[in-house]
Design a protein around this ligand. Structure first.
Ligand SMILES: NC(=O)c1ccc[n+]([C@@H]2O[C@H](COP(=O)([O-])OP(=O)(O)OC[C@H]3O[C@@H](n4cnc5c(N)ncnc54)[C@H](O)[C@@H]3O)[C@@H](O)[C@H]2O)c1
Length: 383
């Protein structure tokens, strides 16, 4: 299949592009470089050095003998987005190209409006581009489990059958997310569902858990193919951040009691889920939702796991929670769609933590310790 990967320079988009390419698909990537710009703005950088996009692509060509065309540009540029689809004519578009940090979106008004504008308008431009070039193109969109929040009922796979006053309907699962970033993903989901219903587009929304890990089979082949690995309090996902803190001998920073439970997934399973979704497209007019997680842990459990595994002994520090979120709550998430397509997950207990420790040790001199502490408050000043 011809697959266009949007956000193909990012933590997940780059390894997903290589995974699809290795599996015989004709892949092109698109990116506007925004993620590297956030690094400059925040004064941090990926723990693992990463090459420029063109250099990475050249390295992949050298290693695999496969070409990976690059489109440098912004989804906010509607003409560029449409022209790219018109030129490449993809069977599937995998959409990773969004601002994806909750703390970044909560920094202040400018970052909240940037996040929602970038994500919601970029996705709308994409929906129009698909409708105008080939409405049969399958959109595989990265959503997040955070869209659901932590309701006191089980989380279903996107849809919920509701009985009310003697009548029944199938509705989108009610969402109660916890940041302006997560809200942007909810708005996307609604816009995408509407275009499936109104225009007959076909889409798969992958409501993904928090991703951990670094290597995939493809990125491990050459250091020039490495993907980014973020550790700072704004962009670092929780398990990646804990492994860095453990190696540096810093306390693992758990916000509040650590009872917050989240779905998680290994980066190798992320890229495989994307492949499965691409190769098994939604029907025309279908808005299909998969909950893309393999396990759930509380933040406290993750901290304990890292502390118990790290040979040096590690402390856990409970900080006042800068976020507004439930500390203890019900959390059970249905996830049957991707296993039914053949997903065989890597489980945290069998994996990696030691290999992540090695990775961090190799690059420990690149860490800016001050970037590990949370600086972004969810509450308004003075409240
Ligand atoms: N990393 C996670 O743990 C996680 C968990 C759940 C969902 N997701 C979702 O997966 C997607 C990718 O996440 P990631 O961790 O790889 O993020 P990332 O920031 O590393 O990658 C996103 C890429 O998209 C590009 N981009 C952003 N806005 C763009 C625009 N307007 N036009 C073109 N390119 C643009 C950025 O430059 C970046 O390279 C996001 O949509 C995110 O919401 C990620």
């Amino acid at each position: 299949m011809k697959v266009l990967v949007l956000g193909g320079d990012g933590y997940l988009g780059w390894p997903a592009a290589l995974h699809l390419s290795e599996h015989g698909h004709e892949v092109a990537v698109l990116d506007n470089g925004a993620r590297r710009g956030y690094d400059d703005e925040l004064g941090v950088t990926s723990l693992v050095p990463i090459r420029g996009l063109d250099e990475r692509v050249a390295a992949w060509e050298e290693v695999s003998g496969t070409r990976l065309p690059v489109y440098h540009g912004d989804l906010l540029d509607a003409e560029f987005t449409r022209d790219t689809l018109a030129e490449f004519r993809p069977d599937a578009v995998v959409h990773f190209a969004e601002q994806r940090s909750a703390p970044y979106s909560m920094l202040d008004r400018a970052h909240a409006t940037y996040t929602q504008h970038n994500n919601v308008v970029g996705t709308l431009n994409l929906l129009y581009a698909i409708a105008e070039t080939d409405p049969g193109t399958h959109l595989v969109k990265l959503g997040t489990l955070g869209e659901y929040g932590t309701p006191n009922i089980d989380i279903e796979e996107g849809w919920l059958t509701v009985e009310h006053n003697g009548r029944t309907d199938r509705v989108l699962f009610p969402k109660r997310p916890g940041s302006f970033y997560h809200l942007s993903k909810v708005h996307d989901s609604h816009n995408i569902e509407f275009t499936c219903r109104a225009w007959g587009l076909r889409a798969t929304d992958l409501n993904q858990g928090v991703v951990y890990g670094h290597h995939t089979d493809q990125t491990a082949r050459d250091p020039r193919l490495a993907t980014r690995f973020d550790y700072d309090a704004v962009f670092g996902t929780v398990l990646n951040r804990f492994t860095i803190q453990a190696v540096l001998g810093e306390p693992l920073t758990v916000y509040g009691s650590g009872g917050q439970t989240r779905g998680v997934i290994d980066i190798r399973d992320t890229v495989e889920c994307v492949r499965l979704a691409v190769e098994n497209p939604a029907e025309r007019g279908e808005f299909r939702v998969f909950n893309q997680l393999t396990e759930s842990f509380s933040v406290g459990e993750l901290a304990k796991l890292v502390a118990d595994t790290h040979p040096g002994g590690t402390e856990v520090a409970h900080l006042d929670n800068p976020r507004v979120e439930a500390d203890r709550h019900h959390y059970r998430v249905a996830s049957t769609g991707l296993p039914a397509l053949g997903l065989r997950p890597h489980l945290l207990a069998d994996t990696l933590i030691t290999s992540l420790f090695d990775l961090v040790e190799r690059h420990a001199d690149r860490v800016d310790r001050s970037a590990l502490l949370p600086g972004v408050q969810w509450r308004l000043p003075g409240r």
